[in-house]
Design a protein around this ligand. Sequence first.
Ligand SMILES: [Zn+2]
Length: 121
Amino acid sequence: MHELSIAQSLIELACEAAARDRCERVTRLFVRVGALSGVVKEALEFSFELAAEDTPCAGATLEIESVGLTVHCPKCDATKTVGGDYLFCCPTCGSPTPEILSGRELELVSVEVDEYAPANR
Ligand SMILES: [Zn+2]
């Protein structure tokens, strides 16, 4: 399952961040997910909960920010926001728009740790 491996890598990154801050518990993860990343929000939330068990991320909240798909149209010379049925062309003039400006994101933006749960290390 695609989302499960993503959830696992997010958890890994968050745990590293917690370790850097010498904290044992991650309380919140902020993630940006682009429309083109192919990630289903609900599936990611579900996978996250499963994968977080027995890690410092257990019980943490996953905040997912959905990023819309925007492309640059060379003919209109403008940034266009396109919908779910993007066919790699401009919604206004129909020109091919190979340049994708946003929508591919899949990144961990920030991690919130519980500073009152310091690691005993
Ligand atoms: Zn156009």
